[in-house]
Design a protein around this ligand. Sequence first.
Ligand SMILES: NC(=O)c1ccc[n+]([C@@H]2O[C@H](COP(=O)([O-])OP(=O)(O)OC[C@H]3O[C@@H](n4cnc5c(N)ncnc54)[C@H](OP(=O)(O)O)[C@@H]3O)[C@@H](O)[C@H]2O)c1
Length: 244
Amino acid sequence: MTRTLGLIGSGQIGGNLARLAARAGWNAVLSNSRGPETLRGLVAEIGDRARAATPAEAAEAGDIVVVTVPLFAYDRLPRTALSGKTVIDTMNYYPQRDGSIAELDADALTSSELVQRHLAGSRVVKAFNSITAKHLLNLARPAGAPDRSALPLAGNDTAAKAEAGELLNALGYDAVDIGDLSGSWRSEPNTPVYCFPYGGELPEGLGQEELLQRFFESPGAPVPARRIEELVGAAVRGPAGGLM
Ligand SMILES: NC(=O)c1ccc[n+]([C@@H]2O[C@H](COP(=O)([O-])OP(=O)(O)OC[C@H]3O[C@@H](n4cnc5c(N)ncnc54)[C@H](OP(=O)(O)O)[C@@H]3O)[C@@H](O)[C@H]2O)c1
């Protein structure tokens, strides 16, 4: 039976996940804050497998649901409609965008633990948070391809992580289980695995601005599972939150 990916948030990451899902033969139900009519163009581009709905409808329709909104909106996610579901959380904490969140600033919780607390009836898995939207789309490969990349995932529920791993596999990625949500800081901003490895080798000696420009211009370079394991293992916990 055709599976359905629900998406709450249909911006850079949500839109590309919907594209990958449709390519993989899944249905995609997209939603945002402004209403289904504002997603008409994106849905038309993705084609027959996509439709737009409200966040609660996308939650109900999804066999798995991805929540991919700015973290400041986490407490507006429809907890009742998401109850009982495996929910993939792609969100990262950027205080300049999201405002300061005291529990995150104190490293008392990870951002995904905050999301799990709000979505108490859901099984939250953090994934797709440590690759840019462009590289996510460009680096997807079929299972077994020699240049297939891996992505880290974290969660408290083993069965939900297995489901998330199946989704990653369908969409074009191997999965590396990095533990539970309390350890998901290992794939957050300012850690070795976060986004930059997928930009490939960049010349040494570049200034910060040029480095970022080259990184964002890069079409992406594959990062296999064993490299993800090394990078995650090298993470050291620092202050939470990235700089925009
Ligand atoms: N961009 C990346 O490369 C990247 C990479 C990894 C992780 N992330 C993380 O993934 C999340 C999404 O990033 P993005 O770049 O895709 O963001 P984005 O392009 O700004 O899109 C955000 C989406 O969330 C929707 N949204 C906002 N508030 C909502 C609400 N209350 N209910 C339903 N939908 C809502 C927006 O809809 P409206 O436009 O209608 O408000 C929009 O569709 C962020 O937490 C980000 O830090 C991003």
